[in-house]
Design a protein around this ligand. Structure first.
Ligand SMILES: *Cc1c(COP(=O)(O)O)cnc(C)c1O
Length: 620
């Protein structure tokens, strides 16, 4: 949104908007000075601070009566920000409040029209250099052009609007319109995070209700809605554990045991929270090696802070030893942090409290229906058992959190509060039985795919009964030897079939992790299964030597629209085979627009991804 704001207005538009904002601020400053007030400083852009002195109390009560909120500093001064939505009438209204508070006549000459000579004008702070010089910032300045530009970008994106995104561990489920609609209601979207709590009764009700529902769902006593992501929830949860130990005089407990199957955010959060990471092995079935866990828990018994554990694990199985595992940690005085990213396989059937966790985060943007393609915004609240509740993060401006007044983990008291509406709507509309059924269907859908694909792809890990949880890992590592086909080739080829790739090479390199969620119908699952089986046949063609190892539909995928429609076609297979590998594709063809990028170069020149768990382990 912020990026597109700049695209739409461009450098000239932004300057004009800034000029208008500054003019309003100066008009306000002029009026207030005329009334006898002084400014705390005369260099400002959009925010002025007024020394209201003995009038502050009167200003506040008059402002509230006129439905205005200002910022009141502890020294009695008052700050006011204006923006491009502030009108002349708004400015006049604010001045009227200050005039009345000072018992002055508002009809002074120039008040509400003339501008204060201070601000930026007198200080030569104006920018001289160019900015936003990229052409994109000067091409789309009409609403029609903007709409078409956005649509063009959207058309390049293989999204949930085309087909299922079976992104293992990420739980890409339906984000229902009925859950999303309230986000655009100004009653919710125009609320400032620091608005006096008594003016946000609706939010307060939703927040309290959602906290209660999440307590029921997790089996915990208290919830903090402050963290903005799963990773931030991990950090918050670990800080809760740390503060709990500090309060008991056990601040020396700083070791976090983390299984090698964990998501990269787990060790990263532990390090950020000042803990040392000790990696616990997994056995050949993908389960936590309980003997190794016991040994390490004993070895570090005195220093043990916590275990970070994901259930079901990122290997896609319910580990039957989970309660034994949480017990071992408790026996050594440690706390159990549960990574709740896989709650879609727990809700209504079991919960972290029952399993023996003391704290867990919930990715509301996974299990609880907030959309999260493209990196957010998300919400990662944490739930905690009773003994940890006092240490939930607080906030210096708005009262919230536990009694111990722990420092906040994000700027706003309830994180990205507006998107809580989505999860609230999801939980309320699904209800108790609906939520449980969703979990059951998610597990059923995963096992349907597992059953249909196990003849074609080895399923890397399965539970004791041969089932998987809500996701599964398809082992593609052998194809490299048998056909020179990498897991990336499969991921790219899926685009030709109209599917976004599942999760690639997490948590095991060379594999793909498939999570269909409850949102997909059997038809859609069948299309995906057909695509995967068809790709397996294409791999077999390479294995048998009937097609060229270095020049085939897999290594050349995806086939872009430009390639498929070019006059020249140099591949040893038909355009039809490249573009329409199965009959269903003709009904709903997605046209890839970008060929492969240089992954290795990208890896070295873009923001880093999560390193593996081992690289965090400290030599202790
Ligand atoms: C997604 C995920 C996380 C991190 O959550 P974010 O909201 O992306 O920060 C942590 N652990 C697991 C297992 C996950 O799948």
């Amino acid at each position: 949104m912020a990026g597109m704001y700049a695209v739409y207005h461009g450098p000239k538009g932004l300057k004009a908007i800034a000029g208008q904002i500054h003019k309003q601020a100066r008009t306000l400053a002029y009026g207030l000075k005329k009334l006898g007030y002084t400014l705390a400083y005369d260099q400002y852009f959009d925010t002025i601070t007024i020394n209201a002195d003995s009038n502050t109390g009167k200003v506040e009560s008059l402002a509230v009566a006129n439905e205005m909120n200002f910022r009141y500093h502890s020294n009695g001064s008052v700050s006011i920000s204006v923006d491009e939505t502030t009108t002349k009438n708004d400015v006049a209204g604010i001045i009227a409040v200050f005039a009345k508070a000072a018992s002055r006549d508002f009809k002074n000459n120039g008040i509400g029209t003339d501008a204060d000579p201070s601000g930026l004008e007198s200080h030569k702070h104006f920018r001289k250099s160019e900015f936003l010089s990229h052409p994109v910032f000067s091409e789309y300045h009409s609403e029609t052009n903007m709409l078409r530009y956005l649509k063009r970008l959207e058309n390049k994106d293989l999204s949930l609007a085309h087909s299922m995104i079976a992104l293992g561990s990420c739980t890409m489920k339906l984000n229902a319109t009925s859950e999303m609609a309230p986000l655009s209601w100004p009653e919710f979207s125009s609320m400032h995070p620091f608005v006096p709590v008594d003016q946000a009764a609706g939010y307060q009700e939703i927040i309290a209700d959602l906290e209660r529902d999440l307590c029921v769902i997790t089996g915990f006593d208290a919830v903090s809605l402050q963290p903005n992501s799963g990773a931030q929830g991990e950090y918050a949860g670990l800080m809760v554990i740390r503060n709990y130990f500090l309060s008991k005089g056990e601040g020396h407990r700083d070791i976090s045991l983390i299984p090698s199957s964990a998501h990269g955010t787990n060790p990263a959060s532990a390090v950020m929270a000042g803990m040392k990471v000790v990696v616990v092995k997994c056995d050949e079935k993908g389960n936590i090696d309980v003997a190794d866990l016991r040994e390490k828990a004993e070895k570090y018994s005195r220093q043990l802070a916590c275990l970070m554990v994901t259930y079901p694990s990122t290997h896609g199985v319910y580990e039957s030893s989970i309660k034994e595992i949480t017990n071992i940690i408790h026996q050594h005085g440690g706390q159990v942090y549960m990574d709740g990213a896989n709650m879609n396989a727990q809700v209504g059937l079991t919960n972290p409290g029952m399993i023996g966790a003391d704290v867990c985060h919930l990715n509301l943007h996974k299990t609880f229906a907030i959309p999260h393609g493209g990196g957010g915004p998300g919400m990662g609240p944490i739930g905690v058992a009773k003994h940890l509740a006092p240490f939930l993060p607080g906030h210096p401006v708005v009262k919230c959190g536990g009694s111990a007044n722990t420092t906040p983990v994000s700027a706003a008291p309830w994180g990205s509060a507006s998107i809580l509406l989505i999860s609230y709507g999801y939980i309320k509309m699904m209800g108790r039985t609906g939520l449980r059924e969703a979990t059951q269907i998610a597990i059923l859908n995963a096992n349907y795919i597992r059953k249909k694909l196990e003849k074609h792809y080895p399923i890397l890990y399965q539970g004791e009964n041969g089932n998987v949880a809500h996701e599964m890992i398809l082992d593609c590592r052998a194809f490299k030897l048998s056909a020179g086909i990498e897991v990336t080739d499969i991921a790219k080829r899926l685009m030709d079939y109209g599917f976004h790739a599942p999760t690639v090479s997490f948590p095991v390199a060379g594999t793909i992790m498939v999570e269909p969620t409850e949102s997909e119908s059997q038809d859609e699952l069948d299309r995906f299964i057909d695509a995967m089986i068809s790709i397996r046949h294409e791999i077999a063609e390479v294995e048998s030597g009937s097609v060229n190892k270095d020049n085939n539909v897999l290594v050349n995928a995806p086939h872009t629209a430009a390639e498929l429609t070019a006059d020249e076609w140099n591949y040893p297979y038909t355009r039809h085979k490249a573009a329409y590998p199965l009959p269903y594709v003709q009904q709903a063809k997605f046209w890839p627009s970008v060929k492969r990028v240089d992954n290795a170069f990208g890896d070295r020149n873009l923001v880093c991804t999560c390193p593996d768990v081992e690289s965090y382990a400290e030599a202790i």
